[in-house]
Design a protein around this ligand. Structure first.
Ligand SMILES: [Zn+2]
Length: 562
């Protein structure tokens, strides 16, 4: 735990959605030995955080006139302008390009065209000409209209190099220019010290596999799809890899072939090479695994439609009140984008994205307003980032992580809001990932003061941590997590909250029906905003920067960033 300096112990009570505080309360407590101090004027600012303010932001941002806030579409640009205007009104300084609130994010949409050809040629026997979407999906990440690949296929197991788990599938073998055949997920184990046991680490995600293949200089990666290992069926791979896919405009080298192949295809290829896929998969479980050449080649002719477009992250800053610490910052993020309009759909084809993520933007704006108008200034600066292209694969936040207005090593914390449901007064908070940082004792104490129980991640094996914008910032080293409600709400059984969540997933998630309704209750969004405001204010005044715990998968990136 970091030194706390002069401490004013406070007791916060959430009462019917109103937050009151008492100075020096002995009963409020917190986690063992931890108390939270906020200056009185900061509490006054916190108390101005109002559910109805969040409501009006959500109502406007999810209005049909905003056309679903599509990335690179008019409605999205309007949303960004609205957010920038609010920042200005709160007295926050621009932190985007050339003294503006906008950080331009160059994007490329790529569609793999039917003229593409994709053949696996085994050592012996017939070439396997694969059928697009049924047997393989692929994108040319070099962002060229055409490219050709003719290279040897090497099986590299899980394709993981993880020094902290003493695991290296490559063993120094030169795979430059090769096509790497690899498994998704990570070596199986229940040992919590080995790839976090049942929890998925980033090494198991398909995005990591592509990135590691590229770092090794490969020409392409073929991911073997297996339903159990991917935790979703081939249809999901097929649907999320057909049509146009967006990428950040290239800033370095890239894979010519980023691909998934059907399990049966991989199995046939192994057999034709005189091997067994099952045996190869079993061998990949061992620490002694070494890359295996299949003696086969991939011959691919990739033809793509390449469309350049752009969108903006909206960035504002409240300069810190302490001259020595003002070059460091606490950051808040929420994505403003959703899916826009889909002209090909009959009926209502506007993806309003009220829950996802007008709510997070409403919270971000309300936290920004509270900071901007607070009489007490935090010591470090406070950075607000409404990011774009989350729905396209966390692209806006990825760009922000690569081009932060304050160096990543000087950003002490990122708090993200995504899809915070307007369901009333919460009795729980979710902060998955916070426990991996040395800020956690303060998070626990704060939750206790807010009378919020911390709800643990119900399915750590699903890897939700890697699917929201905070992850883009974690990977450049910034201690980051999202704040959200749990499932227990005041006046309801836990099962009610669970039911609300599953109804939403079944009927409204990423559907045009994710719309604003006047009966929405934003008390919970307000509670999450207050909680995040208090955490951020606290983090902005700590004597030292927040760090990941020793041995955490993001620790190395953090050390590099300092
Ligand atoms: Zn979202």
């Amino acid at each position: 735990m970091q030194g706390m300096g002069k401490i004013v112990s406070v007791c916060l009570i959430v009462f019917a959605g109103l937050l009151v505080w008492a100075d020096g309360g002995a009963g409020g407590g917190g986690a063992k030995g931890t108390t939270v101090r906020l200056p009185g004027a900061a509490f006054n600012a916190l108390e101005t955080i109002n559910p109805e303010h969040i409501r009006w932001h959500v109502r406007f941002l999810s209005h049909d006139l905003l056309e679903g806030r599509g990335t690179g579409q008019r409605g999205g640009d309007l949303a960004a302008e609205y957010i920038a205007t609010q920042f200005a009104e709160y007295g926050l300084k621009p932190a985007g390009d050339h003294g503006t609130y906008m950080q331009r994010v160059p994007l490329v949409g790529i569609t793999t065209l039917p003229d593409s050809q994709f053949s696996l040629i085994p050592k012996k026997g017939e070439a396997m000409n694969l059928r697009a979407l049924d047997e393989y999906v692929a994108y040319d990440q070099t962002q060229q209209p055409q490219s050709d690949v003719d290279a040897e296929v090497v099986f590299v197991g899980y394709g993981i190099e993880a020094p902290e788990y003493n695991w290296d599938d490559y063993k120094g073998v030169d795979v430059r220019g090769k096509i790497l055949l690899m498994l998704v997920n990570e070596p199986t184990s229940d040992d919590p010290k080995f790839f976090k046991g049942k929890s998925l680490t980033y090494y198991g995600r398909w995005t990591y596999k592509y990135e590691e293949g590229l770092r090794k200089g490969a020409a392409g990666v073929l991911l073997v799809h297996q339903t159990q290992m991917a935790s979703y069926p081939w249809e999901v791979v097929r649907n999320s890899n057909s049509g146009e896919k967006s990428f950040l405009k290239l800033e370095g080298p890239a894979l010519k072939v980023a691909s998934w192949i059907h399990f049966d295809v991989a199995s046939r290829l192994a057999s034709a090479s005189g091997m067994s896929l099952e045996k190869l998969m079993a061998s990949a479980q061992s620490r002694d695994f070494r890359p295996v050449s299949l003696g086969a080649r991939l011959k691919a002719h990739m033809v793509s439609k390449v469309r350049n477009f752009e969108s903006n992250n909206v960035l504002a800053i409240l300069p810190g009140g302490d001259r020595k610490m003002a070059d460091e910052a606490v950051m808040y993020t929420a994505h403003w984008d959703h899916f826009g309009i889909r002209p090909d759909l009959p009926g209502d084809n506007i993806f309003n994205g009220a829950d996802d993520n007008a709510t997070g933007c409403g919270i971000l704006l309300e936290v920004a307003r509270a900071f901007g108008t607070s009489a007490a200034k935090p010591r470090r600066s406070i950075l607000f980032a409404a990011v774009t292209a989350e729905e396209q694969g966390l692209l806006g936040s990825e760009y922000l992580g690569k081009h932060p207005p304050i160096p990543a090593g000087k950003i002490t914390l990122d708090l993200n809001y995504d899809d915070v449901k307007p369901l009333g007064a919460p009795e729980e908070v979710q902060v998955a990932g916070a426990e991996r940082t040395n800020f956690y004792p303060i998070v626990q104490a704060m939750a206790k003061d807010f009378r919020l129980a911390i709800r643990p991640d119900a399915r750590p094996e699903a890897g939700h941590f890697y699917r929201s914008d905070h992850f883009s910032l974690a990977r450049v080293g910034i201690p980051s997590f999202s704040i959200n409600e749990g499932t227990k709400f005041k006046g309801h059984a836990d099962s009610w909250g669970v039911q609300q969540e599953s109804d939403y997933v079944d009927k409204h998630y990423h559907q045009p029906s994710d719309e604003y309704r006047p009966d929405m209750d934003f008390v919970g969004d307000s509670a999450m905003a207050r909680f995040g405001f208090a955490l951020g204010f606290e983090a902005a005044g700590l004597p030292k920067l927040i760090e990941w715990q020793k041995g955490d998968e993001f620790e190395a990136a953090r050390i590099r960033s300092h």
